[in-house]
Design a protein around this ligand. Sequence first.
Ligand SMILES: Nc1ncnc2c1ncn2[C@@H]1O[C@H](COP(=O)(O)OP(=O)(O)OP(=O)(O)O)[C@@H](O)[C@H]1O
Length: 549
Amino acid sequence: MNATTAPNTSLRARLDARVASARATVRASTVGRPGWSGKAWRVAAQIAYRDWMFTRALTVWAARHWVPTVLGVVVSVGWWGVLTLAEVPGDRITWPLLALLVFWSPGLAVALFAMIAPARYRRRVHAHKMAAYWPEVARSCSLYRTEPDGTVTVSRLRHVSHQPGAVVLRVETFPGQTPDTLHRAAPAVASAYRAHGFEVMPVKPGVLDLALFTTYRIAPVMARMPVPEGANPDALPVGLARTGHVAEMVVRGRHTLVVGATGAGKGSVLWSVIGGLAPAIHDGTVSAWGLDLKGGVELEMGRALFGRVAYTADDAIEVLRALMRVIDRRKESMRGVSRLHVPTSADPLHVLMIDELADLMAYSEFDVRREADRLMSKILTQGRALGVVVVACVQNPRQEAVGQRNLYPQKIALRLDSDVESDMVLGPAALQAPAHEISRSDPGTGYLVREDGAPVMVRFAYWPDELIREVAIRYAAPASHSAPEPRDGADAANAWAAAARRTTNDNAGKPTNEDAPAPRTRKPRAPRKPRAPRAPRPAAPAAADSEEV
Ligand SMILES: Nc1ncnc2c1ncn2[C@@H]1O[C@H](COP(=O)(O)OP(=O)(O)OP(=O)(O)O)[C@@H](O)[C@H]1O
């Protein structure tokens, strides 16, 4: 900041403060008064406001349509003058006045509309202004072509609509233009209209909605007790989007990486997912697993929602192995039956929530890191279709902390420290999602970048500790989820398949902990006789992954 702007800024700030305080005083002594006097002030203010809207709309109409305005005045005054000069007996006012009303009737209709629905009137006026400016914007943003006869064709603006916090332009391509051109021009269009940001949403081939945000911030949202209808892992409500709509996140079939600097609000994302899914956890269709190597400070608050949690590195490895067993079992049961797991209470969607991934993947002992890396790679590459998904939170997106970030198809970038980090996390989507520009005073705000790469700014709901505790009590996980071991019946078959594959496994003989017998009592093994014919079974493609059974 230079020396001349500093005093101006403080003068401006002082003036703003004075104006705000004067407004507050006037408000408190008029419409803000308690009781009947306050009510009377509010009614009077409404009448004055609507009168003002009527007059303003009529004046604007008259200024724009001066021909009928002047003609109306000339005809009615002339008529009255003729009647007066001719000394016609009787009423000389009514008919001239009616003539004026007829000429001015369109303006009066608009003014009445402005008086009855002032907010809608303002939005319409605004939409008209935006539409009037469109040809110029389209030309300056290269959304035009010049015809052989020299005329210029611009992309057609079908209509302008308003949503809370955004103005939406529905734009249509002209023949020879691709939607990509509109995508590329979107930042320039947003800048031309002085918008705080934009979002492009395809409507149908050749037609796009371009949402221009009129506000930079999304107001804080408080989480509420979740309801069973909302606990949908295909469209989980997690907060508010900039358009004012509920923001939804896909959990099933997606691994999600959540990155945010310290204090950016990763806890809000974590609890929006686990808390939002709580009713599904309670009815058994979702099973939550947790890793919190900060000693369980975050997850212990809602411990009852999790089937299994780990607060130390060694326990975390055990949890990852247990998840691999689930994956291997599902590979067997889903092979040739289904390509995307459908959760049921007997066979739930497993959601692994990791608070601070770097504690496990970067700051643990070397052996733990290596094993965690191996298991996470397998879970991330094999789990999503098999109904095992990971939501991993991390502060630092550096390579060593999140070496596998490309294995997460869905990313959430909360406030980040630099544009390099935004780029690192979001790649090309960072251009539309400058997470490093999110203000420190807006924790819980971030960009959700789905698999298709389109970013949506979201304010995740804030979950106070009391609510997390209440939700955990009300929607505690069923007891069966606390020890998710191989199901009876499936056990013997898996053991047979594993034993058979181990004989052909490249890693056979290597000391892996998954080979250790599960600590549960198992059914006595079937006689070894059937092993021989199973060995050449065409299980080779999955063999590399089979040792975790
Ligand atoms: N959605 C939200 N709305 C409003 N305030 C929030 C929201 N989320 C978080 N906060 C505020 O920001 C603070 C920090 O949030 P949180 O602990 O979730 O950050 P974090 O990213 O997990 O930080 P760290 O990585 O240091 O643990 C909270 O104590 C809360 O006051």
